[in-house]
Design a protein around this ligand. Structure first.
Ligand code: TXE
Length: 502
């Protein structure tokens, strides 16, 4: 079996405790490699290396132009190695190679985009009332950033954090998901080969409790950027709060795709099916609730089920495969448990609902559609993170908004309509960080992304987000050669009035 080690201070190092975990290929269902089962001691080493790099001449000492150059080179390296990294990700999480390759190519753009901002970080001179003062701000990096990433799109979700953090001059300790660590380790080595100085990017592998938690607790970690489930995100938030460290959290969703009777139904059905079945529904913005206007309910269900029936599941490396296996065994069990729960609650199974062993040796579940769902059911409220769609009818615009917003989450929402006024009214009324009109699941390095309500804190992407990795220092400089006493003349007892010290 292949064996991987942590990447700390520019080289691969075995975990201090010498323990390893098996990592499984979800398509074959077999363990194929060992990754480090690290501990707090490994986190300490990585944080110390990142803290040294943060102050080092090779990183802190370089110009903004050179930092921009580093990020551009990193973007080029990711693009050059996109095929290799995509293959590693497919082995780790079973998503189709086609999708991962496209994702990796776009991931390169994040480093280019934020690289372009590295030399545009400026402070301001402020027109304060005290005219004998020069007052200005400096935008400074935070320090070591802890980055905790999930298994569904490891390198892309890492870039959302790492690109702005490096562009701002920070360094990183990354804790990838224990299910998908190998692509991140390879990425760190590629970044180092591309010239990123030792210690700027470190990767420590292992379990959430044993590595993620000590990273979130670490007093020398200035900020935590996290993507994952609400439970783990909350644990990270509590740890960071205990030492008053800031966080960016990208958590789950129960995103509605809202189809009005005046929409192009064929196009809407394609968007709805892609929104929930692409990546096997293992996407934070999976459109897992189809809210459909009552008069087109049956027509939409018929269309979506027809697409679901036509999806080919199988080897994620095969170019004809539409959907690969579920990424992890616990997730596979969870999806099947959610399907059973929906049936118990009285939902009607319109399609799917079973494991699909014929698709391959690994973890396959049929694309699943439930009708007869009400928005209060657990299947309509809890994130499944799998290919499971709930169909919920609505009467009019007001009803659609009420149902859409009746959720603890608020990550994404799709609106399908031919009425432009309605599209904008819905966009304004929806409690979601991203609204897509007659389209779905679009993201870009240029556009902020993140959640309302329990879907997260902060945004990733967009030029402004570099500020999430900077802090402002205000500097006041007295231009006079004396400091005006606020007390008026005071005869200081026992001290002779004197001029400036010689
Ligand atoms: O993710 P976890 P899991 C959702 C989805 C899924 C559920 C659980 O609904 O069913 O989360 O998935 C690390 N301190 N999403 O359990 O645990 C963990 O090791 C610090 C949505 O696989 O959130 C991994 O690196 N770190 C999501 C990372 O957190 C901890 C993508 C994410 O894993 C930790 C994935 C702790 N106490 C799942 N516990 C999205 N928003 O896209 C775990 N981790």
């Amino acid at each position: 079996m292949d064996r991987f080690d942590n990447f700390i201070d520019g080289r691969f190092v075995p975990p201090v405790g010498g323990a390893y975990l098996e990592t499984e290929n979800p398509f074959t269902g077999k363990a194929w490699a060992l990754i480090p089962r690290s501990s707090a001691a490994d986190v300490d080493e990585a944080v110390a290396a990142a803290a040294r790099a943060f102050r080092s001449p090779a990183w802190a000492g370089i110009s903004a132009t050179d930092r921009a150059r580093h990020l551009r080179r990193l973007g080029e390296a990711v693009a050059d190695h996109a095929a290799e990294l995509a293959e590693a990700e497919v082995r780790d999480n079973g998503k189709t190679y086609k999708e991962m390759l496209k994702q990796l190519q776009n991931t390169a753009e994040w480093y280019h985009f934020f690289g372009g901002l590295a030399d545009k970080i400026t402070g301001e001179v402020l027109p304060v009332d005290a005219k004998d003062h020069l007052t200005y701000t400096r935008a400074e990096p935070l320090g070591v950033i802890g980055m905790i990433t999930p298994w569904n799109s490891p390198l892309r979700l890492l870039a959302w954090k790492l690109a702005p953090a490096l562009a701002a001059g920070n360094t990183a300790v990354i804790k990838p998901s224990e299910f998908t660590s190998t692509a991140t380790l390879r990425f760190a080595a590629i970044a180092h080969e591309a010239g990123i100085p030792a210690g700027v990017i470190n990767v420590v592998c292992g379990l959430g409790q044993e590595v993620g938690q000590p990273l979130a607790d670490h007093r020398d970690v200035a900020k935590i950027a996290f993507t994952g489930g609400v439970g783990s995100g909350t644990a990270v938030y509590v740890s960071a709060a205990r030492r008053l460290a800031p966080v960016t959290l990208e958590l789950g969703g129960k995103s509605p795709n809202i189809v009005f009777a005046d929409a192009n139904l064929d196009s809407a059905a394609t968007g709805v099916a892609a929104g929930i079945f692409a990546s096997g529904g293992q996407s934070c913005v999976a459109g897992s609730r189809l809210l459909v206007q009552r008069e087109v309910h049956d027509a939409m269900v018929e269309r979506v089920v027809a697409i679901a029936r036509g999806l080919r599941m199988g080897d994620p490396m095969h170019p004809d495969t539409h959907v690969g296996p579920v990424a992890t065994r616990p997730q596979y069990e969870r999806i099947l448990a959610c399907i059973a729960m929906a049936l118990d609650e009285g939902a009607h199974l319109a399609h799917g609902g079973k494991p699909l062993d014929a698709a391959g040796p690994g973890l396959f579940i049929e694309p699943t559609v439930f009708t007869n769902v009400s928005n209060g059911m657990r299947i309509a409220q809890e994130e499944v993170f799998g290919p499971v769609l709930c169909v919920i009818p609505f009467s009019d615009e007001e009803d659609a908004l009420r149902l859409a917003n009746d959720s603890a989450f608020g990550l994404g929402a799709g609106v399908w309509t031919g009425n432009i006024g309605r599209a904008h009214r819905m966009a304004a009324g929806l409690q979601a960080g991203s609204v897509w009109v007659n389209t779905y699941r679009m993201t870009s390095q240029i556009v902020p992304f993140g959640g309302y309500k329990a879907s997260g804190i902060g945004r990733e992407g967009g030029a402004d987000m570099i500020k999430a990795y900077l802090q402002t220092k205000s500097v006041w400089v007295n231009l006079n050669d004396h400091f005006a006493s606020p007390f008026g003349p005071v005869q200081a007892a026992g001290v002779q009035a004197a001029g400036r010290a010689q």
